[in-house]
Design a protein around this ligand. Sequence first.
Ligand code: ADP
Ligand code: MG
Length: 355
Amino acid sequence: MSTRIRLTHVTKDYGLAVPAVDDVSLTIEPGEFMTLLGPSGSGKTTTLNLIAGFETLTSGTIAFDDADVSTLPPHKRNLGMLFQNYALFPHMTVAQNVAYPLKERKVSKPDIARRVADVLDLVQLTGRDGHYPSQLSGGQQQRVALARAIVFGPAALLLDEPLGALDRNLRAVLQAEIHRIHQEVGTTFVFVTHDQEEAMNLSDRIALFNNGKIEQVGTPEALYRRPETLFTARFLGDSNVFPLSPSEGKAVWEDSVWAIDAAPTGSPTALVVRPEDLRLAGEAAPGSNSVSATVTAVEYMGSYRTVLLAFGRSGLAGRARLGPEETSIAAGQTVIASWPVARQRLVTTAIPSSV
Ligand code: ADP
Ligand code: MG
């Protein structure tokens, strides 16, 4: 099964200075892998708990397909849940843990046996049926929890930082597993993380949260390539950020006047360029925007090198990623940093309410 989840003007107010979730509208398409990404305290878990029914709405509505579920209790929403701590029943075997939601739903014994075997195969735990959770590694326990969360064919699977407790290598393995399982079962996944790399790797789309609001929703590439706000540009990857003076039809920073390729939406307050889009040379590449810079340091990153830069008169800090041909750059040099106009983004400072 896969379900469309629609949040309309959803607000959760705990009576703090700002609502935990503040007028969020978001449609998650059937079968989509949607990630709620954002810093700690930005409202991701609260949003997930509102979808699950663990929290009540202050205002707004939540619908699954065409049914309004806003006041439905959690057990009637038919959702699978996966958390950071696996929350397995310690006194039950792997098979009993996974069978539990099927027993609750009064599935027949032969059906339970078949579905448990199928799902243990899916999470690659065949042969572990009789083990107890304490006999399994952290990664295996999380696979059992995942099997238990999907075995009954939930309308959607909600995952709240499920890999947060695992070390880096295991996290990468389970990330790939979650991706594969999403592809195989085709259920709607709503995945919460504060890790931008994890979000970029896994998601069909990302909803980026900041202060209880969504800054931007889009594919990983759209958020990286076409950020609309400074927050989005800074949260996903490195950026060079030039604060702009107000001007029509061009971008002005210090003595530089730069071409813009399209009329910006809203009133842009900064120009953003990614480090990999800067080229460093004695002169500007034709058709590019450029600025003078001093090289303050060269950092070796293993497979590539990064240059730390001080731009213009004020020495605004920035960085460039060197191409393999740019071998002669050294600290202390003065260079021209240039970038294709199409690679820059004009962004607004923030969505109005969080200024
Ligand atoms: P995230 O998952 O993005 O880290 P949360 O949704 O957990 O953020 O929290 C969002 C905001 O709501 C935070 O300021 C948090 O302190 C507050 N909050 C969350 N749950 C409660 C609660 N039960 N009571 C009061 N405040 C809460
Ligand atoms: Mg959280």
